[in-house]
Write a protein that binds this ligand. Structure first.
Ligand code: SAM
Length: 294
């Protein structure tokens, strides 16, 4: 049994964090969009090695199901360093515009795929500026949850020509559940270090993604869910990997700069203890769906 004093200390910790979260939700200095953008600007240089090289087969599996016709006009939302845009070009589309809010990621995309066009823009704002029925394909890889999924999918339907196709793959709400839980516990020990509460909209399951597509007026050709697990040696290695992939987008900027190291070290200890004995396992859960404009 935990002594009463220990129980009280624990409760105080969580109450402190809840109050801090409440205060930040009421008023915080930056929007989540700004924090995410700054985070991706910072990691753009190492992103492909840390993420694309490990996840491209999942993206490829979804793209393999997408019907691509020669000359198609494509838009690749949340394009990052441009992997999907490049794949669409390789499959024979006539043109592709990659759209991303992070200038660092867009610069990397321009270097990687000089034949594609890339613009630094918010995905929803970009779609709202596109004329109706002006694209044959719209894709989004691993970024929908940072946007407003319902509004974005509604706009995707509007900009697609009849018969146009949408392909979306993303982390699910339950991706990195273990990592999130470890980060909550680290911040519960240092509630004042928390500077930003991420407001993201990752979806729980492909059923929800498919339902949003149907609500918007798209037919759903296929959908699926899955998990990708990898193991790293210890908590510090897990932390380094998460920071490099953008999976911790926002987490690193959630802590005040003076306390980042302290919170991160505690996070690394907690996540390692959760997996002991043995390597630290990190699980990305994901969902995908293909839609068709009827
Ligand atoms: C995990 S990366 C995915 C990059 C790429 N699509 C891939 O498959 O590797 C998520 C990307 O979404 C971008 N992003 C986040 N919010 C956005 C928004 N509101 N509008 C456009 N891009 C956004 C980020 O800048 C980042 O490049």
């Amino acid at each position: 049994m935990i002594p009463i004093e220990g129980q009280l200390r624990r409760r105080r910790k969580w109450v402190g964090l809840a109050l801090r979260v409440g205060r930040l939700l009421w008023r915080q200095q930056q929007t989540t969009g700004q924090v995410v953008q700054a985070s991706y600007d910072r990691i753009a240089g190492g992103y492909d090695e840390a993420w694309t090289d490990h996840m491209r087969d999942l993206t490829d599996a979804m793209l393999g199901r997408l019907v691509v016709r020669p000359g198609d006009e494509a838009i690749d939302l949340t394009c990052g360093t441009g992997y999907l845009s490049g794949q669409l070009l390789a499959r024979g589309v006539g043109s592709v515009v990659g759209v991303d809010a992070s200038s660092g990621m867009v610069d990397a995309a321009c270097d990687n795929y000089p034949d594609a066009e890339f613009v630094c823009f918010d995905a929803l704002k970009y779609l709202r500026r596109r004329p109706s029925g002006s694209a044959d394909i719209v894709t989004s890889g691993w970024g929908l949850g940072y946007c407003s999924p319902r509004a974005v999918i509604g706009e995707i339907r509007r900009v697609l020509r009849p018969g146009g196709r949408a392909a979306i793959i993303d982390n699910s709400l339950f991706s990195l559940a273990g990592v999130l839980w470890a980060s909550f516990r680290a911040f519960a020990e240092y509630p004042d270090a928390l500077q930003h509460v991420m407001k993201v909209k990752f979806l729980p399951h492909s059923i929800v993604l498919a339902s949003l597509m149907r609500l918007a007026g798209l037919g759903v050709a296929a959908r699926g869910d899955g998990a990708r697990t990898y193991a790293v040696d210890d908590g510090q290695a897990a932390l380094a990997r998460l920071r490099a992939t953008g999976a911790a987008a926002g987490f690193e900027l959630a802590a005040s700069s003076e306390q980042t190291r302290t919170v991160f070290d505690r996070f690394a200890e907690i996540i390692q203890a959760d997996c002991a004995p043995g390597p630290v396992r990190i699980v990305h859960r994901y969902l995908w769906a293909l839609g068709v404009r009827i």
